[in-house]
Design a protein around this ligand. Sequence first.
Ligand SMILES: NC(=O)c1ccc[n+]([C@@H]2O[C@H](COP(=O)([O-])OP(=O)(O)OC[C@H]3O[C@@H](n4cnc5c(N)ncnc54)[C@H](OP(=O)(O)O)[C@@H]3O)[C@@H](O)[C@H]2O)c1
Length: 321
Amino acid sequence: MATTIRNVALLGATGALGTHIRSALTKAGFVVTAIQRKDSTNPVPSGVKSIKVELSNKDDLTSAFKGQDAVVSAVPNPALATESVMIDAAIAAAVKRIIPSEYSTNLETPLSRQLPIVKDKVEVREYLQSAIANNGTSTTWSSVNNGPFFEMCLKVGALGPNIKEKRAIFHNGGNHLIGTSTLPDIAAAIVKILDPTHLDETANKPVYIYSAAISERLLTKLASDVTGIDFGDVESGKITDLDIDNMVAEANEKLAKGDRSGWFSYYYQMMYGKGYGGEDFEKLSWNERLGLRTMDEADIKALIRSIAQEFGVPVGSNTNT
Ligand SMILES: NC(=O)c1ccc[n+]([C@@H]2O[C@H](COP(=O)([O-])OP(=O)(O)OC[C@H]3O[C@@H](n4cnc5c(N)ncnc54)[C@H](OP(=O)(O)O)[C@@H]3O)[C@@H](O)[C@H]2O)c1
């Protein structure tokens, strides 16, 4: 008989991504229990059970995971010290699937694995794999990697257009395709992974997904089409085109002195740097196998429109623009 997942314990259920995972799982018929920090004051919606525990206490977590079929984590800044406890507890409670808090761009290439931004996530992945192998357990793992959060990029102007400030910035010419994902699409991927149809094929594998393949130049054009903002161009000097190697060299110098203000540059390195794996997102993608959507230009414009409206930026009335 095929393995089925019904009860899902979700860590980070009240967070930016966790909220979407919780709602997608509930809508798909899973029974979600939010595993919250002992002192959390974040409310969960009525109908969702919450268990508050010390996340560093293995015994408490093991009791919280008893009877759960899967443990999904969406905690921020996952570090080995706490995530290893979660993993040990999930294995002790004999859950069938563990999904750690990755949600990054690429954790597979030797170059990306050395980046300081994912050092902790790589350690957690390695611990998870060895804990499962060494315990002779039937517990399996999957991870989800999705590229940059699309809504966040549009809100802060991280990939081309900054709608709020009516300016744009490119990196390495602005033509590279980036695989970026919306929070509901990441949540939809988790639902698919836990569905009996895909549970076996996703066992012990990193699952790569993307909602849209987009360049900074095209995203800037679409944002201009939707809002009428003239972002200008690189040639006239209105758009700055940044060199990522320079950004990273500066970030390295700062980091060596304990200054983390260049931290964000490493995300660009992972997305754009040759050999870092950001460019492999289409090759690695599970979109088709899992039956996940890929956004077309109309979908992307709809997302731009909703974010512009959130910022009170006027948008054209024609939904095709
Ligand atoms: N690819 C991207 O562009 C991108 C962008 C942002 C984040 N991420 C990744 O997505 C994952 C989730 O991040 P997020 O931004 O959604 O998380 P978040 O909103 O900051 O927080 C998620 C929830 O985690 C719980 N939590 C557990 N330990 C915590 C701690 N030490 N401090 C604060 N909250 C804690 C809290 O829930 P309770 O109060 O209920 O316990 C909180 O509401 C992380 O792996 C992160 O690195 C990826």
